[in-house]
Ligand binder design. Sequence first.
Ligand code: MN
Length: 297
Amino acid sequence: MYPLSSKFEQQAARNLPSLRVYGCNRAIASNNGFMRILISNDDGIYAPGVRVLANTLHGAGHAVTVVCPDRERSATGHALTMHKPLRAEPAVEGFFAPGLTAWAVTGTPSDSVKLGLDAIVDGRPDLVVSGINRGPNLGSDVLYSGTVSAAMEGALEGIASIAVSLASHKSLDFQPAADFIARLVAGLEPEPLEAPFLLNVNVPPLPTGELVGVRVCRLGMRRYRDLFERRVDPRGGAYYWLAGEVIEEEAAPDSDVAAIRAGCIALTPLHANLTYEPALAVLRGRNWEKFLASTLG
Ligand code: MN
């Protein structure tokens, strides 16, 4: 289908025999592995990453519907549009492969997936894929990421979901990441986990033959320095522009940050439940009745 180097195929076979993902039983059982896939992103519908991803999955035989923001909406997190209507227009002809349906939405990534699921895609898709983002979504980035939030929207609806990012702001070679996702989707198996999750995939900006391997990871830490640049406008007023660069600090060996540094594809399972389990026991150990009584006097 998509030629991959023997080195990569050996590693893929060793590290990733198949991906067991909650919620895709029906597609695998009913349709020879071909799926109905809803694709979104946060870089906007005319970003090169989503075109390569959509055309590659369409070329692999899947029924692809693209529903994306009509412009770049990076770092909009899980925002929804509540106070104005949304409009969806067909994407300009020729941008995506013929036979593929694509819509540009006047909203955020989460709006696009919600609208896609509720109003645009006929029936329920088997899989939601978001990306391919231009730039990494590692560690704490995922909290701001529209790419990850679009996939989270799918997971919240109980649909198997994947977010994919090319870990470079400079590289425009999205094909190796798209080929990897096509392989991943072909290997999806039903997984009887309790809850749906999304798989956050970060791909280093390397040709397929130079990818070092695939690692299953935890979220690492990404911290930035010099977050706001202060400038002065022509009338003497100050304004601030978010800039910042990543602080290169030591990363936990099993983190997504370390995997990308090592030239590996990072696979990080995420779910929406942000509860910090170890704090439950600590907080429950306090006498809240007494605390409340003392507060109220
Ligand atoms: Mn983006």
